[in-house]
Ligand binder design. Structure first.
Ligand SMILES: Nc1ncnc2c1ncn2[C@@H]1O[C@H](COP(=O)(O)OP(=O)(O)OP(=O)(O)O)[C@@H](O)[C@H]1O
Length: 907
C-alpha cells in the first residue's frame, strides 16, 4: 500500500496457487530457480486447495484434519493467506464452525521470555478474553494459527510432555505439546513456514501439508488488475512485464509483483518517466529509488544532495552487511551485526520496504531483536551494489564470474546477475538518481560478455550455465540466444552443427519459452552425441522426456537424477530405451527414483546391469520406497536372469511397491515363472497388467503363471504372452529381428534380385512384366512384408551407395521425384554413400555428422506404435545411432531400397 493510504486486503487479495504439498522435505535449489521450473508445471497436475478449505480433508481422506502445515518460499503469500482466512471468517464467509481463532505469529511469540500456561498466554495476547476460563477452551472449536515457523526453533525431541492448560511452562514446551496433540487435542492448528524450516515438526504430528506456489500466469494478471483501479494502467503494466521473460517469471512470487507494481505505477504515471526497467537489476534499482525517496519525504526535510549522500552511506553499510552474510548463507541478522556494520538500528526500521524488523529467539531467550531483508533477492541486490561501488578493480566482473561459478548450490547466482546488470551504462545513469554523483569504475561490457560466452563452452552444470545466460541478458547481450532463435524459426536447426555455446543457448531458449513443453524428444534436436547433454536441463521442465537411443552417458544420468529429485519438476514419463547407461548410471537414476520428491509415473526401458548386486539393490529400494509414484515400468532389453526376477518379484509383493504395469520382462525360465506367480498371488501386489510377450514361454511356464492368475488374491487383469519364437531371447534390438524378402513386382527393371529375393543388384535391364506396383524410373524395390509393432532389420550395401528406408504402400511408382524414398510425406529414408549419411523425409534432407568409416551395414529399428524409426551404423563396435525420426505412423510400413549405379544391397 502507498504510505498513509491503506489498501483493503479484500480488494487486493488474489487467489494463490496452493497445492497439496508432499513431504515437508528440504529442497536445496535456489528459490528463484524453483520458481522457473514450477512455471512450466501444468496447473492441472496437482491437487489445488483453496485458502478457506485448508482444513477440509482432500478427497480420499476420511479422518478429520487437526494440523495443517503450509510451506512456501519467502514472499510467496503465507502471511497474506492467513490474514485472508481470518478476514473471511470475521466476515462470516467461511469456516463458521470455528468459534475462536488465535493468530499468534512466531515473530510475536518470540518476545515471550517468562513461563506461561496456555490459558495465560492467550490472556496475555488477547486481554479481552480474560473472562474466558480454561475449561471453555475445551467446549469450543478453537483454531490456533502460528505464522512463520522459520523464525523459531522448537525442540520436539527433548521437551517434556505437558497436558495441563493451566500449568506454567516455557513457550517451547507449550508449543511442542500443542502441536503433538498433548495439550488441547480438540484444537485445530495451522502452521506456516518457509521450506527449510518446515521439517522441524515430526511428520506424524501433521495431518495435511500444503504448499503455496505463488501466482499462476492468470493470477499474475489478476493481481495487477486488482491492484490498480485504473485498468488501462494495469494493462500497460502487465504488457510491459510480459514483454520481459525474466520479469514475468519472477512475478510468480507475489512480493515481486508488489515490487514491480510499486515501481511501474510510479514510472508510468510520471510525465518524464525515462527508461522503463526491462531487466531485474533495473527493476530493483528503481525500487530502491522509490523506497529512498519515500523515506526522504517522510523523515528528512533536507537538501537533495545531502540526502543522497546520506542514503548512499546508509545503503553501502546495508550492502556490506548483505554481502558478507550472503557469502556465509546468513539471512537473519542480530542487532549486534547491525551495530558492527555501523548501522543505526532505528534507521534500519525506517527503511521498512527494504529491511524489516523481526524478532527471534536465541538459545531459548526471547529477547533479541533480529532483522532480515524483505526478500532474499533484495539482499542479493544490495550485496551486488556494495561490491560494485566499493571495488574498483578492472577485473571485478570476471573475477566475480569465476567466484560464483565455484558455488555448488548457486547461492550467488542472483548476486552475479545484479552485479553485471549494475555495470551497464543505463544502470549507471539510474544509480546517479539513487546516490547522486558517484564515481564508478568503467568495465568493458563487450569483453565481459565474451568472457561469459567462453565460460558457457565449459563443462559447467546446467544450472550455472543457465544463470550465465541470465547474466548476458542483464548485460544486454542476447546475441547467442537470438542466433539459436533464428535457427529455430527457420526450421533449419536440425541441419546445423551447433557450437557448445549454441547448444546451451538452445536449452535456455527451450526453458524460458512460455510454451509448455509437454513432450521433449531429444532426438528431434540432436545430430551428434557429443554435446547433447547440454539440452538435458529441459527434461526437468517437460512432462514426458523421450531419450531413447541417445547414447546417454553417466554424466547425463546425473542430470536426469537431479530432474527426478526436483520437487517442482512436472516430469512424469521417461523413456530410456536403447541406451547403455552402465552400472553407475543406473545407480544414479535409481537413487533419483527413490527420492521422496520424485513423481515419475512411467519409466520405459531402462537397461539394468542385473548381474551387479548394487544396481539390483538400489532399484529394488526405489520400487519399495513408500513415496514412489512409479506405476509403469518397462524392462525390455534386459536379461534379468533368475536372481533379477526373484528380486523383482519380492518387490512386487511388497505393499509399498505400487507398480501397476510391468512390461517386457524377458528371458523367463520356469523358475522365474514360479517366483512371479507367487508374487501375483500375494494380496499386497498392486500389479494389474503384466506383459511377457517378449518371451518364448514354454507350456510349462504358462501353466505356472496361470496357476498364479487363478488365485483369488491375484488382481492382475491383463497378462500378455506371445510364443513368437526364439529370437525374443536375443540380446538388444536383435530380439525384434524380422525376416524380410524383396518383392519382385516392385523392382525397377535395372535391378535384379538374387539369393532367395534377399539381394538386389543394379545392372542390365531385366525383362520384368508391367505391374502397377513397379517403380518404372527410380531404381528402387520394396519388401513384401508390411510392418507394425517393433521390428529390426539390417541391410548391407556395396558400390557407390544406397537408400534404405520405409514407406506406406501408397508411394508413387511411376515417374521420378515423387517416387523416391524420402522425397514425399509417405516415406522416411537414410541415404548412404562411402563418405556420408543423410536422412530425408518429405523432401527435407538432413546431413548427419557421422562418417560411415568403412562400415556399409545399416540397422533399422521401427517401433510403429511409439512412432519411432531409428537408423544405426553397424560395425564391429556395435550399433552407432545415426538418426531417429518420430512420426505418428498411420499405415503399415514397407521397407524399401534404392540402389545406385553399379551397386547392390543385401538383407
Ligand atoms: N494473495 C495475495 N494477493 C495479493 N498480494 C499478495 C498475495 N500474497 C502476497 N502478496 C504480496 O506479497 C507480499 C509478501 O507476502 P507475505 O508476507 O504473505 O509472504 P510470506 O510468504 O509470508 O513471506 P515470508 O516467508 O518472507 O514471511 C505481501 O506484502 C503482498 O504485497
Amino acid at each position: 500500500a502507498k504510505d498513509g493510504q491503506p489498501t483493503l486486503l479484500s480488494e487486493i487479495y488474489t487467489e494463490l496457487y496452493i497445492t497439496e504439498g508432499g513431504t515437508g522435505g528440504v529442497n536445496d535449489e535456489h528459490e528463484v530457480r524453483q520458481i522457473e521450473t514450477a512455471s512450466k508445471k501444468r496447473l492441472t497436475e496437482d491437487t489445488t486447495v483453496k485458502c478457506n478449505d485448508i482444513f477440509k480433508p482432500l478427497c480420499g481422506r476420511e479422518t478429520p484434519i487437526r494440523t495443517v502445515l503450509t510451506k512456501g518460499v519467502a514472499g510467496i503469500g503465507k502471511t497474506v493467506s492467513v490474514q485472508k482466512f481470518i478476514l473471511d471468517w470475521v466476515d462470516g464467509k467461511a469456516n463458521q464452525d470455528v468459534h475462536f481463532i488465535f493468530a499468534l505469529p512466531f515473530r510475536d511469540l518470540n518476545l515471550i521470555k517468562d513461563e506461561y500456561s496456555l490459558i495465560e498466554l492467550l490472556h496475555h495476547f488477547i486481554p479481552d478474553l480474560k473472562s474466558v476460563e480454561s475449561t471453555e477452551l475445551f467446549r469450543y472449536k478453537v483454531l490456533f494459527i502460528f505464522d512463520g515457523l522459520d523464525e523459531c526453533r522448537l525442540d520436539f525431541h527433548n521437551n517434556e510432555s505437558w497436558f495441563d492448560v493451566t500449568k506454567k511452562t516455557s513457550l517451547d514446551v507449550l508449543l511442542t505439546n500443542l502441536i503433538k496433540g498433548n495439550l488441547l487435542p480438540s484444537a485445530l492448528l495451522w502452521i506456516t513456514s518457509r521450506p527449510p524450516a518446515a521439517n522441524q515438526i515430526p511428520p506424524k504430528c501433521i495431518d495435511q501439508v500444503t504448499e503455496i506456489r505463488g501466482f499462476s500466469d492468470a493470477q499474475k494478471e489478476e493481481y495487477f488488475r486488482r491492484r490498480f483501479s485504473d485498468q488501462s494502467l494495469a494493462s500497460r503494466i502487465m504488457t510491459h512485464v510480459k514483454s520481459s521473460r525474466s520479469l514475468f517469471i519472477m512475478c510468480h512470487i507475489p512480493v515481486f509483483c508488489w515490487i514491480s507494481a510499486t515501481v511501474l505505477e510510479r514510472l508510468f504515471s510520471e510525465t518524464d518517466r525515462g527508461e522503463i526497467p526491462r531487466t531485474l537489476t533495473e527493476m530493483y534499482t528503481h525500487f530502491l529509488i522509490f523506497q529512498t525517496s519515500l523515506k526522504n519525504d517522510k523523515y528528512m526535510k533536507n537538501s537533495e544532495t545531502k540526502l543522497k549522500e546520506h542514503s548512499k552511506k546508509f545503503l553501502l553499510k546495508l550492502g556490506k552487511l548483505a554481502f558478507y552474510n550472503l557469502e556465509k548463507g546468513n539471512l537473519i541478522f542480530y542487532e549486534q551485526d547491525l551495530t558492527e556494520n555501523d548501522i543505526n538500528v532505528s534507521e534500519a526500521s525506517v527503511y521498512s520496504g527494504v529491511c524489516t524488523e523481526v524478532f527471534k529467539e536465541e538459545h531459548g531467550l526471547y529477547q533479541e531483536k533480529v532483522y532480515c531483508f524483505v526478500h532474499l533477492s533484495i539482499q542479493e541486490y544490495l550485496a551486488a551494489l556494495y561490491v560494485f561501488l566499493s571495488n574498483s578493480s578492472a577485473d571485478l566482473l570476471k573475477t566475480a564470474v569465476d567466484q560464483v561459478l565455484k558455488s555448488k548450490n548457486g547461492h550467488l547466482d542472483l548476486y552475479l546477475r545484479f552485479l553485471l546488470g549494475l555495470s551497464t551504462d543505463s544502470s549507471k545513469t539510474l544509480l546517479q538518481r539513487l546516490l547522486g554523483e558517484t564515481r564508478t569504475s568503467s568495465h568493458d561490457i563487450k569483453e565481459t560478455a565474451q568472457y561469459i560466452k567462453e565460460k558457457i563452452q565449459d563443462n559447467l552444470s546446467p544450472e550455472r550455465t543457465i544463470n550465465l545466460f541470465h547474466c548476458l541478458n542483464e548485460l544486454g547481450d542476447n546475441s547467442l540466444v537470438e542466433e539459436v532463435q533464428r535457427y529455430l524459426n527457420s526450421g533449419s536447426l536440425s541441419a546445423e552443427d551447433l557450437s557448445p555455446a549454441q547448444w546451451s543457448a538452445l536449452a535456455f531458449v527451450l526453458l524460458m519459452s512460455d510454451e509448455k513443453l509437454d513432450v521433449f524428444d531429444l532426438k528431434k534436436f540432436i545430430r551428434s552425441y557429443k554435446e547433447h547433454w547440454r539440452l538435458l536441463p529441459v527434461v526437468k521442465t517437460s512432462r514426458t522426456a523421450l531419450l531413447d537411443s541417445c547414447n546417454l552417458t553417466e554424466k547425463c544420468c546425473e542430470m536426469l537424477a537431479s530432474a527426478l529429485r526436483s520437487n517442482s519438476s512436472p516430469l512424469r514419463e521417461l523413456d530410456l530405451s536403447n541406451n547403455d547407461l552402465q552400472d553407475s548410471g543406473v545407480m544414479l537414476l535409481s537413487a533419483g527414483l527413490g527420492n521422496s520428491h520424485c513423481k515419475l509415473g512411467i519409466l520405459r526401458s531402462v537397461l539394468l546391469v542385473f548381474d551387479c548386486s548394487n544396481t539390483k539393490l538400489v532399484l529394488a529400494s526405489a520400487l519399495r520406497s513408500n513415496s514412489s509414484h512409479l506405476r509403469e515400468l518397462d524392462l525390455s532389453d534386459n536379461d534379468l536372469q533368475d536372481s533379477g526376477v526373484k528380486l523383482l518379484s519380492t518387490e512386487l509383493a511388497n505393499p509399498h511397491c505400487k507398480l501397476k504395469i510391468l512390461r517386457s520382462v524377458c528371458n523367463l525360465t520356469d523358475k522365474c515363472c514360479e517366483v512371479l506367480a507367487s508374487a501375483l498371488r500375494t494380496n499386497s501386489s498392486h500389479l494389474r497388467e503384466l506383459d511377457l510377450s517378449d518371451n518364448d514361454l514354454q507350456d510349462s511356464g504358462v501353466k505356472l503363471l496361470s496357476a498364479g492368475l487363478g488365485d483369488s488374491q491375484c488382481k492382475l487383469g491383463i497378462l500378455s504372452v506371445d510364443h513368437s519364437g526364439e529370437c525374443r531371447n536375443r540380446p538388444g534390438l536383435q530380439k525384434y529381428s524380422c525376416q524380410l524378402t524383396l518383392d519382385p513386382n516392385t523392382a525397377n527393371r535395372r535391378l535384379s534380385l538374387s539369393g532367395g529375393n534377399r539381394k538386389v543388384t543394379w545392372g542390365a535391364e531385366q525383362p520384368y512384366p508391367d505391374h502397377p506396383e513397379r517403380f518404372d524410373r527410380c531404381t528402387q524395390v520394396l519388401c513384401r512384408e508390411s510392418l507394425t509393432g517393433r521390428c529390426y532389420w539390417e541391410a548391407e550395401w556395396d558400390g557407390y551407395g544406397a537408400h534404405i528406408g520405409v514407406t506406406y504402400k501408397g508411394i508413387e511408382r511411376k515417374g521420378w521425384s515423387d517416387c523416391r524414398l524420402g522425397n514425399n510425406d509417405k516415406s522416411w529414408c537414410l541415404y548412404c554413400d562411402p563418405d556420408s549419411y543423410s536422412v530425408c523425409h518429405n523432401n527435407k534432407q538432413t546431413v548427419i555428422p557421422i562418417v560411415p568409416s568403412g562400415s556399409h551395414r545399416v540397422g533399422v529399428y521401427l517401433d510403429w506404435g511409439a512412432g519411432a524409426l531409428s537408423f544405426y551404423r553397424v560395425s564391429s563396435d556395435g550399433l552407432t545411432p545415426l538418426y531417429s525420426f518420430t512420426s505418428s505412423f498411420t499405415e503399415l510400413l514397407y521397407p524399401g531400397f534404392g540402389v545406385f549405379i553399379n551397386s547392390s544391397v543385401s538383407l
